[in-house]
Design a binder for this molecule. Structure first.
Ligand code: GAL
Length: 651
């Protein structure tokens, strides 16, 4: 039997009597689960007082779980530094943007910039890595837990201030270069020394966006080096075992790509229903979507993140929602079948492991309303039956290797930060724009890779780069050389690396490829759309509209064209409604020599080689379009709500 795909579960032996561990482990194995993640919040149990250790319970837990046939993901417990450590060095506590300490009493209360905490993080990592690095049951690692969760990627503390000044000194070399890059002449913000510079919080009005952007870059680099310190220790003590970190959905506060360079597995924690609620609050206020997908989730959100993180490493879902969660605005029960559907979708997008959070519901503390796979009385929670079914299904299928997709969507953290810091309309939300365009490609049946701006473009037939705010000269050159159809905009190439306007106007270094420059932008409220022309017809555009000066590009000659075209390059001058975007993507796919399919609402599909995996996020039964020919291996051509079908395609 192939070892991937497989399932796992998050387990907290320290929450349960030792007498229960063996029966828990057996029940996991009986359910078809093969991985178990442990210990990420266990520091105070391992080391209850400074240098006083209690390893026995963890030794026993590893042995019991391993003996039962489970493979372990061992975690470093640095997301939860114990109280005694905080008392020893109170300045390790992170400070929020209002200048208030993030107090002890939950988790993630440390600053990445604090050198004393760095040493402690390395000390506890080394102790665990040395103890379990060669344990035969420990087959993978996770560093820390969800870097940046609860708004902790940045800290406005004294350590960060010192670190930032040093970082700026290294980046700019001379203070005049920084003043120039930031445009500090603007409001007499010039500095004479790097040590004059403060953190970009608590300014009278907004801080210089270039200052704020550099602080995000610096904070990101701190997370990278914090993670790398742990990775180097684990690699030395535990060779051959892959190392992961569990990222989150909808999270942009650090550059995950630079962190992922040092890891093997890019894992993420997928909570479709909680994330639907969070996106509704932040960016996608869409009553129909919330109504139709309340119990399944946004049909593109999970897929997008699978593709995003698969672009950074081997993909795992480290925490998969198993039932209702506790932390969203509203916490509903998933539709029957949804847990299985999410699991299948993860595999469709290349996940090696889908691991559920958590084995048993906690009876105490913060997450007692969060479902597990077992109820408090040890009976099965409804999610478990779906996981058992999923395990039987994946065991009996030969799932082909994931291969490169024909379409690439370029995603960039710096672009996200720039749109945040220079939004121009509060309704501009980078992830939402990307989801709209990604979703429009998928409504045409496209399989998409999400890649970074430095990634290889070879082999792609269609490259999408919406709102890629800064385009490097190198990327511009590679796009020019590529034989792919390019669909850029809006807001692509709108800023230089230093967060200034390009001298030749947007899209900066892409101007000759696009054959147009942007002369004016109209940044609007989402609820007041305007008309533009697409294919000679009116379409609705909201939030963002641009006016262009055409160089070599053509448009449909109307006053308000949605798109310009110049050879292989197309540029979108507005954020169009979803029906229009679907049509735009259909024509782009056709121009790229690909065959679009017309999927019914909320039906999505992803191909792994010849295998096509369909997921129905909608409230109605839908048919797989006739254009998909082949053998149905799982399910039926009619797919129920929250249902799945798996086909082998013949052409
Ligand atoms: C994740 C976190 C877990 C748990 C879970 C609840 O963000 O990593 O520890 O809190 O959410 O859904």
């Amino acid at each position: 039997m192939a070892s991937f795909p497989a399932t796992g579960v998050c387990y907290y032996p320290e929450h349960w009597p030792q007498s229960q561990w063996a029966s828990d482990a057996k029940a996991m194995v009986d359910a078809g689960i093969s991985w178990v993640r442990i210990a990420e919040f266990s520091w105070a149990v391992i080391e209850p007082s400074p240098e006083e250790f209690n390893w026995q319970w963890l030794d026993d837990a590893v042995e019991t779980l391993g003996q039962a046939g489970l493979k372990l993901v061992m975690c470093t417990p640095t997301a939860t530094p114990p109280k005694w450590l905080v008392d020893q060095m109170p300045d390790m506590i992170a400070i929020d943007a209002d200048g208030n300490p993030r107090k002890f009493g939950s988790r993630r209360h440390y600053s990445f910039a604090h050198q004393g905490y760095r040493k402690e993080s390395q000390r506890i990592t080394k102790l665990i890595a040395d103890r379990y690095g060669n344990n035969p049951y420990v087959q993978a690692w996770q560093t820390d837990n969800e870097y940046g969760c609860h708004d902790t990627a940045v800290s406005y503390c004294a350590s960060a201030l010192n670190g930032f000044r040093r970082w700026l000194g290294q980046r700019y070399g001379h203070i005049d270069a920084l003043n120039q890059a930031w445009g500090n002449v603007f409001w007499s913000m010039n500095y004479r020394h790097f040590d004059d510079i403060d953190l970009p919080n608590l300014t009278v009005t907004e801080a210089n966006p270039a200052h704020a952007l550099d602080f995000m870059r610096y904070s990101s680099d701190e997370i990278k080096s914090f993670n790398l310190e742990q990775v180097e220790i684990i690699r030395a003590a535990s060779p051959e075992r892959p190392i992961s970190h569990n990222y989150m959905g909808m999270f942009n506060q650090f550059d995950h790509r630079i962190v992922a360079q040092d890891l093997d597995i890019a894992a993420w924690d997928s909570y479709p229903l909680g994330m639907l609620q969070n996106m509704q609050a932040a960016a996608r206020k869409d009553a129909k979507l919330e109504h139709d997908c309340l119990r399944t989730g946004d049909p593109d959100f999970q897929a997008f993140h699978h593709d995003l993180y698969r672009g950074m490493g081997r993909l795992w879902v480290m925490e998969q929602q198993p039932g209702p969660v506790n932390w969203a605005r509203h916490n509903v029960i998933p539709a029957p079948g949804a847990v299985r559907m999410w699991s299948w979708e993860a595999v469709a997008h290349g996940a090696e492991v889908v691991s559920y959070f958590r084995w048993r519901q906690s009876p105490f503390a913060q997450e007692q309303m969060h479902a597990g796979l077992k109820l408090r009385d040890d009976s099965d929670a409804p999610g478990l039956a779906e996981i058992k079914q999923f395990n039987r299904e994946i065991k009996n299928l030969d799932i082909p290797q994931n291969t490169q997709a024909p379409v690439a969507l370029i995603h960039d953290y710096t672009a996200d930060w720039m749109t945040m810091l220079d939004g121009q309309t509060e309704d501009f939300h980078y992830l939402r724009l990307l989801l709209d365009i990604y979703g429009a490609a998928r409504e045409n049946g496209a399989t998409v890779d999400v890649i970074g701006p430095d990634d290889n473009l070879d082999g792609y037939q269609l490259i999408l780069l919406p709102a890629l705010m800064h385009v490097s000269d190198d990327l511009a050159e590679r796009l020019e050389q590529s034989s792919a159809i390019i669909l850029a905009g809006p807001r692509t190439g709108a800023k230089t690396e230093d967060f200034q306007l390009p001298e030749n106007l947007a899209p900066g270094p892409l101007s000759s490829l696009i054959g147009a420059t942007i002369t004016r932008v109209d940044a609007m409220p989402r609820h007041l759309p305007v008309k533009m022309k697409w294919n000679g017809e009116d379409c609705e555009v909201s939030v963002w509209r641009e006016e262009a000066r055409l160089l070599s590009a053509t448009s449909d000659n109307s006053e308000n064209p949605l798109m310009t075209t110049s050879n292989k390059a197309r540029y979108l001058l507005g954020w169009a409604d979803q029906t229009t975007l679907k049509s735009v993507l259909k024509s782009a796919l056709e121009d790229a020599g690909l065959t679009p399919h017309d999927l019914p609402p909320y039906l999505r599909v992803r191909q792994r080689g010849k295998m096509a995996i369909f997921t129905n996020y909608g409230p109605l039964q839908v048919d797989i379009p006739e254009s998909y020919k082949g053998e149905v291996l799982i399910g039926d051509r009619k797919i129920d709500p929250a249902g799945v079908a798996v086909m082998t395609l013949t052409d």
